[in-house]
Design a protein around this ligand. Sequence first.
Ligand code: TRP
Length: 461
Amino acid sequence: MVSNRNKFTNKFGFIAAAAGSAVGLGNIWRFPFEVGKGGGAAFLVVYLVFCFVLCYPLLITEIAIGRRAQKNPVGAFRAMKHPNWTFIGFLSVLCGILILSFYNVVSGWVFGYFVEMLLGNFAIGDNFSEYVKDIRTVGGYSLFFIAVTAFIVSKGVTQGIEKASKIMMPTLLVIILGLVIYAFTLDNAAEGLKFYLIPDPSKLTVEVIYSALGQAFFSLSLGMGALITYGSYLKKHEDIVFSGFIVTLADVSIAFLAGLMIFPFIFSQGLSTEGGTGLIFITLPGMFANLGPVLGIIVGSLFFLLLSFAALTSTISLMELPVSYLVDQHDMKREYAVWISAFIIFLIGIPSLVGNGYSPFFTNFITYLGAENPTDFMTFIADLSSNTLLPFGGLSIAVFSVYVWKRRKLFRELSYGRESFLKSWTARYVGFCLQYIAPLILGMIFIITIFETFLGIHFFK
Ligand code: TRP
């Protein structure tokens, strides 16, 4: 299939964009608090195993489907002559819209915090719950964030997405390395590293395993066609097997570095590792304050700038999903598709925006069966999209690739750019994983989530 789609210029362009999609709030915001909850190193080990053993095969499969079809996820299954599977595509676009709707709200907070840090307003950590209720401020920042995202996506794949990622990803790496080195110089850094790096097998519960898998999926942008979309912009001679490995490695490394930075931060002040979602917004500003005004402003604003960059390369990839759908399937001009998507996604995000204290209705939006307390709108959408639809999407993609499209054709696509793949052990493993391991594990995770989260039937308690 030859097509005249706009393509990533070269390997580095693709890797920067795909790693940009993967590296996001998931790595720097969510990963450390999942580690904190999961008892430190035990979580880390399980997470690493999942990333390479289960997620990597799925990651290259998504990219291969995209490159083969040369289409957005909805068009992809039709182009491959399996129109019955188009539902995966629609689910992907829907899931992208849902994730972006709340992800953009959190990105707005992050960017707002960057501004507050520049102003030296460290007290913001104690006022987090007031801050997110201040709808005009946080709403303004999230509007700004989606506008920047839309602007970049409107410039197209090479001139927008690729260019922005090529600038932001290396900058992000430099900032995080600088902050890690700084964190090592703090008192008690060693304690933090011990918690983070020495596994305690007694902490290894089924729940930890379960959340490590969810984290790996979200972090690698798997299960909803984001990588099908990026794969459709990849040239035929590029080596997916290698690039996919670098993307996985980059994502895991940034998450790992985020831990190396945050745990010394936390232990240096004797703070709790179980700050949960507030770990970054509530705990850290206090630590920056203790560094004194000048150093505090530098370290604090660099930290939130890092987070803003990470978020932005991910919002771009999420926005590209509906945009590529509208452009391919409805022949819409890219600019229109972008601004329409941005507008609708911002609207869908409003309940998440106001559901953090401002609107009692959306703050106490729904009480799951068997639950004692109500769940806010943002958490509900996150449970629905990232915890439920992603494993389901991953399952469908694995089943599709080996049982419908067929392993032989998948492998042929993967061998373009890497002849030796066909006879390698990697190929054998990828085939085995897609055929047995992935459907089994993802199917279980999907069912467990529905019972545990929504129906209040607990297996682990
Ligand atoms: N991977 C990103 C993160 O870790 C989030 C993200 C971007 C994502 N695109 C995605 C998650 C597509 C799932 C699917 O923050």
